[in-house]
Write a new protein. Structure first.
Length: 149
């Protein structure tokens, strides 16, 4: 690490401690050349994740989209916010555990549906009705029959 004061590269770590809010490590460093101290932060570099949409366009992964879809599906349902957050965290964890740099939106949608099925039946049906783009009542009923089995 280069010293920001004298630009020499012989610095040493004096103190390290985790920073809980940002999931990073704070390092207090000292330059052996000029003796000045400075702080650096180290964090894990996330692999950029790209979502391949149905029309084959690509966009960067956005947790907010999953969150918005699940919140819409759970609207006016007796589900604690903590449970919803746990569900979103679990979905996101599964997505990143795939270790692919590109994931199809259909895979994300299926993961959301799996988790909603366990969380709340009504939220699952609400999400499925939008996600599956039901054209008529019969396709909607077919999905309900799958759920009831």
């Amino acid at each position: 690490m280069r010293c920001p004061f004298c630009d020499k590269d012989n610095t040493r770590v004096v103190d390290s401690r985790p920073v809980e809010e940002t999931n990073s490590i704070r390092r207090r460093r000292m330059c052996d050349s000029c003796g000045k101290r400075f702080t650096t932060y180290e964090r894990v570099e996330a692999i950029p994740l790209v979502i391949i949409k149905k029309d084959q366009s690509r966009e960067q992964y956005d947790r907010g989209k999953i969150e918005a879809g699940i919140m819409r599906a759970c609207y006016k349902r007796p589900i604690p916010v903590e449970k919803i957050e746990e569900c979103i965290d679990a979905i996101e964890s599964e997505i990143f555990n795939l270790e692919d740099r590109e994931v199809e939106s259909t895979k994300v949608g299926e993961l959301v549906m799996e988790h909603l099925k366990e969380l709340d039946a009504v939220a699952y049906v609400r999400f499925a009705s939008v996600y599956r783009e039901f054209k008529d009542v019969n396709t909607f009923m077919d999905e309900l029959k799958k759920f009831l089995k």
